[in-house]
Every structure is written in C-alpha cells, then in structure tokens.
Design a protein around this ligand. Structure first.
Ligand SMILES: Cc1ncc(COP(=O)(O)O)c(C=O)c1O
Length: 387
C-alpha cells in the first residue's frame, strides 16, 4: 500500500468496525418491484420510483424519440449554447403544473439545491435557518454560503421562531425538506410560510419526495397542504424519483428565477442535461397529471402496510407518504433484519448514520404504485415471521 493510502485504509477499517460500510448492489434488469439483482430474483422496496414510471413504455418511447429529434448531448452549459427547445418546453410545462411564474431546469436535484440557498443568502450578514433533518444536498448548499447557519430541531417551529426573532440578518432564508427523505413525514409547511412572512424571509422547499405523489394531480406537498404559490417561496423538486426519469427544477417568481439563472454557480458552470431527458420528463409530467389511479393505488398500499405492521415489535414512523421507515435503533439490528429479508428474496435498505442520527438505524420501506397488494402482503408476512 502506498503511504498516502494509509489514512484511507484506517478510515475504511473504522467504518467497517462501526458496521457502517456501504455496499452497492448491481441490478441486472430495469428498475421495478420485481428485479434481478446480481443474478438473484428479488422483490424490491428500495427505490424512489414511487409511481412506477421508471420503465413506463410511453416515457421510454419519448426518451428514444427525444434522442432522435435532439441528439444525445446538449453540447454546452445552458448559458453558452446548450439550452434547447426540449429544455425550454419542460420548464414551461413545469411552471404551468406547479403554478409558479417560472422554472429553471437542472441535471440533478443535488445541483438544484446547491443553486438556491447560497445564491439567496451569500454574504456574512445573511442567515440560513435549516431543519436538522434536511437532506444532505441542502446541508451542503448551506456550507457553500458565507451566511450564518442556524439549525433548528426537526419540525420545531417555536425554536425556529426564536432564532428568527433574534436574527438581525439582511437576507434570511428558511430551508426545509417538504417530505423528509428518511422519515417520510411532512414539514409543517403552513407554519413555515407564516414565519417566513412574519420575519420577511425566503422559504426554500425541497419537494423531492412529494412531487408527483402528493396533492391534486400530483402537484406536490405545497398543493397537499393548501399553500398558495407566493413570490417568497422557491420550490425545488427532482424528476428522478416519482417522475421516474432524472433531472430537477426550481420554481419561483420570474424575478427570483432570473436571479438564479444569472448568479447560481451550479446552474451556470455545468453542461445542460441531455435534451432527450427533458423530452422524457415532459412526457412523465403528462402521465403524473392524468394518471390519478397510480396515486390511489399507492395510498391503498400505504394503508395496507401500516395495518400489517401494527403488531410488529418494531415501530413504523408516522408517515402518510410512500416512505415508510421501520425503526430498529442499532446499526447491527437494522443490517441483520435487512439481510434476513434479503435471504427471503426481499430487498429493503438498511439506513444507518450518518444518513440518520446515531441510534435511529432503520429499514426504509419504499412503496411504489407498481407494487401489488400481494407484494406488500409478502413483505408483511416475512417481517412477522422474523419478529
Ligand atoms: C430530499 C432530497 N433532496 C434532493 C435530492 C437530490 O436529488 P437528485 O437525486 O435528483 O440529485 C434527494 C435525493 O437524491 C433527496 O432525497
């Protein structure tokens, strides 16, 4: 081993000793509930393909047609020469769908989040107020800013109010997941908005897990909570989860979006996503809007799982979304249960620190409209046997 590698091998050993080594599984078939994983047939509860659109024939056809019409790559960043009609169409449809004045497309949700917070709160006299359980991409976004950082306990509006009341910052930005990715619960969006109004702050909402799933026609968490579209809200959502494709967008007032377009480094300094992806995402949006049956079925599966798990020794965290976390506590327990399920042909990811706080390791059961009632019944049966 080369001497520069020595500290790395030490850190890897520490991870292994703490039961925190991560492993990739290789899929030998497209994303779906029934998949072949490294040669083995598995029933998966592990993807974020909440509506079962990742392998939808109309979206696949749109992707292929998009490549024939627009080529494979965009050739440049949006501001240089990589902004094609396919991207512009997707942005316009997303604006119509979300009700915001304007949208800006990104290659990933990670990049979209990096664009928003550090651009709105850039300087030392600005301040960011973030829920402690926010997604890593929102945490990394805050790190890119020179603004003062405040993190409030998960969902604690009284704590947030105290922090805002004390702050003398020039620009204040409140940042929160709408649906928390490892807990499945909803942020108190109306309370967040009221505080943003009272203290004249921006409200940045990451709806990665609500978009497509919640609200009328899948318009997302803001619609689900009855929050009106407002210029002080910036909404981000990814198109790689319920939409089943990839990419992401930020929606907001025309002014705020123009500001991001001019200033956000993770928008400006990266190649625009392949235009065919935008064509596929536009088709996905159409299906999200028209196919209410997928959301109805998903909601029924959520009820079925929750009823089936009620008598287990482990607790399902309170969640009305497709993310249903089963709390185990210790890392080894979560890993062991995940492995026992795996041996029975069931794939449910064990989530451990640093993704979740120490002592709260869990199985993240992820439901999809592509699951059948029998799929969920099989998982419940296995959990009961293993309990
Ligand atoms: C809450 C949340 N925000 C942002 C992202 C990043 O989105 P993307 O996967 O499109 O980069 C994810 C997951 O990946 C997420 O769970």
């Amino acid at each position: 081993m080369h001497t520069c590698e020595l500290p790395l091998s030490g850190h890897l050993r520490q991870l292994a000793d703490a039961g925190l080594t991560r492993q990739r599984r290789r899929l030998d078939s497209p994303v779906a509930p029934h998949v072949r994983v490294e040669g083995q047939e598995m029933l998966a509860f592990a993807s974020n393909d909440y509506l079962g659109l990742a392998a939808h024939p109309e979206i696949i056809a749109a992707l292929a047609q998009g490549a024939r019409d627009w080529g494979a790559g965009s050739g440049a960043s949006h501001l240089v020469s990589g902004h094609l009609t396919a991207h512009a169409t997707l942005e316009r449809r997303l604006a119509e769908f979300t009700g915001f004045e304007r949208c800006l497309g990104f290659s990933t949700g990670y990049l979209a989040n990096l664009a928003v917070t550090p651009t709105l709160a850039a300087g030392r006299d600005d301040a960011i107020f973030a829920d402690r359980l926010n997604h890593a991409s929102l945490i990394d976004a805050a790190r890119l800013s020179r603004a003062r950082q405040h993190r409030y306990p998960h969902g604690d509006m009284a704590a947030l109010e105290r922090l805002l009341a004390r702050s003398t910052a020039k620009n204040k930005v409140i940042v929160s997941d709408a649906v928390f990715s490892m807990d499945g619960d909803l942020a108190p969006l109306c309370d967040l908005f009221q505080l943003a109004e009272r203290f004249d702050a921006w409200l940045v909402i990451d709806d990665a897990h609500g978009f497509g799933v919640l609200g009328t026609e899948g318009r997302g968490s803001l619609a689900h909570c009855g929050l009106p579209v407002h210029p002080r809200i910036l909404l981000m959502a990814t198109l790689g989860k319920a939409a089943g494709v990839g990419g992401a967008f930020v929606a907001g007032s025309a002014l705020a979006i123009e500001y991001l377009l001019q200033k956000a480094r993770s928008y400006i300094f990266t190649t625009a996503q392949p235009p065919a992806i935008a064509v596929a995402a536009t088709k996905s949006l159409e299906i999200i809007q028209r196919d209410e049956a997928r959301r109805v079925h998903l909601r029924a599966l959520i009820q079925q799982l929750r009823a089936g798990c009620a008598t287990l020794p482990w607790r399902l965290l309170p969640s009305e979304t497709a993310i249903q976390p089963l709390l185990l506590g210790e890392n080894e327990q979560a890993l062991a249960l995940s492995q026992q399920l795996w041996q029975r042909g069931l794939w449910v990811a064990a989530i451990r620190p640093p993704t979740v706080p120490p002592g709260t390791a869990r199985l993240r059961i992820s439901l999809s409209a592509a699951h059948s009632e029998e799929d969920v019944a099989r998982l419940v049966r296995a959990l009961r046997e293993l309990a």
